[in-house]
Write a protein that binds this ligand. Structure first.
Ligand code: NDP
Length: 245
């Protein structure tokens, strides 16, 4: 059975685990040709082996503009075009503002915000050529800030602001911009939190609810990308039913 994604070329960043991995698999299952990027090459190779169709594994670091440009170029070289960018790579290092290790702030801003912007910058000329689609993975934290996630929330609010400017600049040229805002998804994201109190809080929160699965977000991406060209799904907010804030 052919789908609207048949033959579309997609680049997914942060594809070595969690939401990115599930999204890459879902898009591939829908017939897309998928390039997968992240720093952990072994995880990308394992994912490529799992996929039914060929996937192009690209080791990349979104904080490094050269690396991002090279990954976009390699995708276009292999598949001949770029139709969809799933801009997903991110880190969440929660903790109080007072006394924070500010290198963690730098890491979040460089990865989630600047890295995501660099990726758009590198991919945009190709997406304009194809009237493509950009999916920006933000968060519920991009709409509601909470204590102990101020910098993470700032990066996600930043993604929303950047995405709306981008949408206004490219919509007349047929490029669609979609912001995806997940609530709590069970992934490796919280494993990297260094503050033990915050780490315990994240585990308690996960245990207190039926969290989303990465596949739930992948389904939303497939829905948004699969719409006919005149339909732009600009924003999707998905919480676990049990999540209050
Ligand atoms: P994971 O930790 O499982 O995935 C994060 C991905 O980002 C990994 O593939 C990681 O790969 C990649 N990544 C991190 N830093 C870089 C970098 N410098 N360059 C390239 N890739 C990088 O977590 P999730 O799947 O949950 O997170 C994916 C996105 O979803 C993030 O943007 C996150 O903020 C967002 N999100 C997650 C929610 C959740 O509850 N899980 C809720 C709302 C939003 P590697 O380490 O191999 O480089």
């Amino acid at each position: 059975m052919s789908t609207t994604l048949d033959g579309k070329v997609v680049l997914v960043t942060g594809a070595s685990s969690g939401i990115g991995e599930a999204t890459a698999l879902a898009l591939s299952a829908e017939g897309a040709r998928v390039a997968i990027g992240a720093r952990r090459a072994d995880r990308l190779e394992a994912l490529a082996r799992k996929a039914a169709d060929e996937m192009l594994a690209l080791q990349l670091d979104v904080t490094d503009q050269e690396s991002v440009r090279a990954a976009v170029a390699a995708t276009v070289e292999r598949f001949g075009a770029l139709d969809v960018l799933v801009n997903n790579a991110g880190v969440m290092l929660n903790g109080p503002i007072v006394g924070a290790d500010t290198t963690e702030w730098t890491r979040m801003i460089e990865t989630n915000l600047l890295g995501s912007m660099y990726t758009v910058h590198a991919a945009l000329p190709h997406l304009l050529q194809r009237k493509g689609t950009i999916l920006q993975v933000s968060s519920t934290a991009g709409r509601i800030a909470s204590a102990y996630s101020g910098v993470y929330a700032a990066t996600k609010f930043g993604i929303t602001a950047f995405s709306e400017s981008l949408r206004q600049e490219v919509t007349a040229q047929g490029v669609r911009v979609v912001i995806i805002e997940p609530g709590f998804v069970a992934t490796e994201l919280t494993d990297h939190i260094t503050d033990p109190t915050m780490q315990a809080a994240a585990q308690n929160l996960a245990a207190s609810m039926r969290t989303l699965r990465p596949e739930d977000i992948a389904d939303a991406v497939v829905y948004a990308v699969g719409q006919p060209e005149h339909v732009a799904v600009n924003e999707i907010l998905i919480r676990p039913t049990d999540q209050i804030q």
